[in-house]
Design a protein around this ligand. Structure first.
Ligand SMILES: [Zn+2]
Length: 417
């Protein structure tokens, strides 16, 4: 039996077990005996004591041994208890109340409209819209109107950076005269200059002449004024061009009321654009629409071709085999990115509405660099350069201060003598 030293060698006189329980056996053997015969005891009988023999009597069973084994193999405790399902009227009522409270709180915390968003996020959202849409939003309520007006510059800047990176460089704004320094204004008002620049102030039928008492009349600003007005007039004519209908022409020397009202309206919009960046962005947006509409007109509004009486199929006719800037419908995504491709430069200003029929894309103030294979924009800084030139040539010549002092000294000396 396991754990009981029934080995004959142990029972023999040569066994190392001694009467007082001490053993002379080697240490490992003693440890083994201690563990395996924990429940056994070694006793000596009178009969055997005389002869020096010992009998090992087992006094316990294997039960206590099992306990020992169980204690040695302790395993980590795992808590397998689970919450008892709550199922009572009171619990259900409490849960219902809690659910109701949570719903109420969630409804309160959620923004009711985009205008409940933090200002920075709302500004970011608005900058993804078209400028005309942002202007329409202003009409929604006073609060929205105030917010857009307060943040008009950053919103418009983000829109221009995202959508009209090319056109904003080609169509700069004219400068209001209030933003021009006194010295430059004096030079601009010089009668000699006024006479020399008369040719630039020639009135057009489709553009109201610039008011030089309100707007800077340097060549760059005059061109900027004319360009922005042409954008609006060209956009106004798109319906006629799409339908292949003639644009109303005005005989020379005639000034019909409808035309005066139209060009006055366009001039007011450009006036406002000088102080409203969203209005300026809207003008640029319209020109992008006109340019895309013109380049894709053959696709969007195919002409009604004559039908042969024996062949009912439309006769194919390609008017523009390769479209300028290789523009496709995919490019009509509200950005002017396609205008960065190689294309035709616009050196001629559309002097009359007659030019609209052949005008494909009017993108002035840039030229194509064949070496770098990119457009070079040159409108920036034109106003400053023109004012510098005007000051140099049209300011009254001043007598140098050193000469004045010398003259005063000689006069004083003469009077003393
Ligand atoms: Zn100017």
């Amino acid at each position: 039996m396991q754990g009981v030293r029934m080995d004959p060698e142990i029972d023999s006189p040569s066994a190392t077990v001694i009467e007082d329980g001490e053993s002379t056996a080697s240490e490992p053997q003693a440890l083994e005996a201690d563990t395996k015969t924990e429940t056994a005891s070694i006793t000596s009988t009178d009969a055997t004591s005389a002869t020096g023999e010992y009998v090992i009597v087992q006094t316990g069973g294997g039960r206590s041994n099992k306990k020992t084994v169980a204690n040695d193999d302790d395993e980590p405790l795992i808590d397998t208890t689970a919450a008892i399902a709550k199922n009572s009227k009171k619990t259900r009522r409490l849960l219902k109340q809690q659910e109701k409270r949570q719903k109420k709180y969630a409804a309160k915390a959620r923004p009711q409209s985009p205008f409940d968003l933090p200002p920075e996020i709302l500004q970011e959202v608005l900058s993804y819209l078209k400028p005309s849409d942002v202007l329409r939003l202003e009409l929604l309520s006073h609060a929205i109107n105030d917010f857009i007006l307060d943040n008009e510059w950053p919103i418009a800047k983000d829109i221009m950076d995202r959508r009209y990176w090319v056109l904003r460089q080609c169509f700069p704004l004219p400068t209001h005269l209030s933003q021009v320094d006194e010295e430059s204004q004096t030079a601009l008002r010089n009668p000699r200059r006024e006479k020399m620049t008369e040719i630039h102030k020639k009135p057009y039928q489709h553009i109201r002449a610039v008011d030089s008492t309100v707007i800077c009349s340097c060549p760059s600003c005059l061109l900027a004024w004319n360009n922005l007005n042409v954008i609006l007039d060209f956009w106004h004519s798109q319906q006629n061009l799409n339908m292949r209908e003639p644009i109303p022409m005005i005989p020379r020397g005639m000034f019909p009321k409808w035309n005066l009202e139209l060009i006055e309206k366009h001039a007011r919009i450009v006036d406002r654009a000088m102080f409203s960046p969203l209005t300026y962005a809207t003008i640029v947006e319209k020109h992008l629409e006109s340019t895309i509409g013109t380049l894709l007109r053959q696709v969007r509004f195919p002409p009604h071709l004559p039908m042969h009486r024996h062949n009912k199929a439309a006769m194919p006719k390609t008017v523009h085999p390769v479209r300028l800037y290789h523009v496709t419908e995919k490019d009509a995504d509200g950005t002017d990115e396609f205008l960065e491709r190689d294309g035709k430069p616009s050196y001629e200003f559309p002097f009359s509405r007659d030019n609209y029929y052949s005008l494909l894309a009017y993108v002035p103030n840039r030229k194509w660099d064949k070496e770098k294979y990119e457009w070079v924009y040159f409108a920036k800084g034109g106003h400053e350069r023109d004012l510098e030139w005007a000051r140099r040539w049209f300011l009254p010549q001043e007598v140098p201060s050193s000469s004045q002092e010398a003259l005063a000294a000689s006069f004083q000396a003469a009077t003393v003598a």
